[in-house]
Design a protein around this ligand. Structure first.
Ligand code: DGL
Length: 276
């Protein structure tokens, strides 16, 4: 049987997944990657389960058409609302030999080990918080850890509109961090459970007492991918290795190129595609 080889797909509703891709390419530069931001339909965080599932599945199918055997949903909202259904219902029918992975499980597997007080804060989109995915997953690995969640619905729109360095962002950083800490004074570890939030990292850290550590997912997901590829040579051998990255968006590619550098740390060239 002929083995179809292709790049590793990395998906987000917009720019956020670039903060994950940045860490993945730093750790695993040898592979080819293809990034898709569904900017035309972002944000996903406030949308229904059905809509996020439908949009995510369309994008996963696009990656498969581009020859990807492995797709990472570098979006907590898509991982929370669409991943399980895609893995269990769609993949066995449309692509039994391909894999789709998310960012919640690798983060949940590790986050408990960062906390001394065993009280962890999760900051994410409304969709991620409502799904209860983090409390459920973290319970599996750390049954003695208490999880406190805070939805931060204004953070993604502020970031997507380049307002995250302004005073409006200060207001909403203070508001959501205070709301989280009001739930438990024992929280000593906070996971930024949205791939957009690293852009607010310094403001979030500054708004918190210094004993609280703020954890970003990029490095965690990169390590987990490295581990996955070692454990799954049948998938690893289907990943092309020329160290090439290409970037696609469902919205205007010039705007994407302008914004993407903020998230990816270097200029990129992007192409616009249509998803239907
Ligand atoms: N970056 C996505 C996440 O990690 C959310 C952005 C959105 O709301 O579309 O959850």
């Amino acid at each position: 049987m002929q083995t179809e080889k292709g790049p590793i797909g990395v998906f987000d509703s917009g720019y956020g997944g670039l903060t994950v891709l940045k860490e993945i390419t730093a750790l695993l530069p040898q592979y080819n990657y293809i990034y898709l931001g569904d900017n035309a339909r972002t944000p996903y965080g406030s949308r229904s389960f059905e809509t996020v599932y439908h949009y995510t599945l369309q994008c996963v199918e696009w990656f498969f058409k581009k020859g990807c055997s492995l797709v990472i949903l570098a979006c907590n909202t898509a991982s929370a609302k669409a991943l399980r259904t895609i893995q269990q219902k769609n993949l066995p029918i449309i692509a039994p030999n391909k894999r789709v992975l998310g960012v919640i499980r690798p983060s949940a597997e590790l986050i408990g080990s960062f906390s001394k007080t065993k009280h962890i804060g999760i900051m994410g989109t409304q969709g991620t918080v409502n799904s209860q995915s983090y409390p459920l997953e973290i319970q599996k690995y750390f049954p003695d850890v208490r999880v406190w969640q805070q939805a931060c619905p204004m953070w993604v729109p502020l970031i997507e509109n380049s307002e995250h360095m302004n005073a409006g962002a200060d207001y909403f950083v203070k508001k959501y961090t205070q709301q989280l800490l009001a739930q438990s004074a024992a929280i000593d570890t906070i996971l930024l459970a949205c791939t957009h939030y690293p852009l607010l990292y310094h403001k979030i850290e500054a708004a918190l007492p210094s004993h609280i550590q703020v954890i970003m997912q990029g490095g965690i997901v990169a390590n987990s991918l490295q581990n996955y590829l070692l454990r799954h040579p049948e998938i690893e051998e289907k990943c092309t290795k020329n160290g090439v990255q290409s970037f696609f968006t469902t919205d205007d590619s010039a705007i994407f190129e302008q914004q993407a550098g903020l998230f990816y740390g270097q200029p990129i060239q992007a192409w616009q595609i249509e998803i239907s």
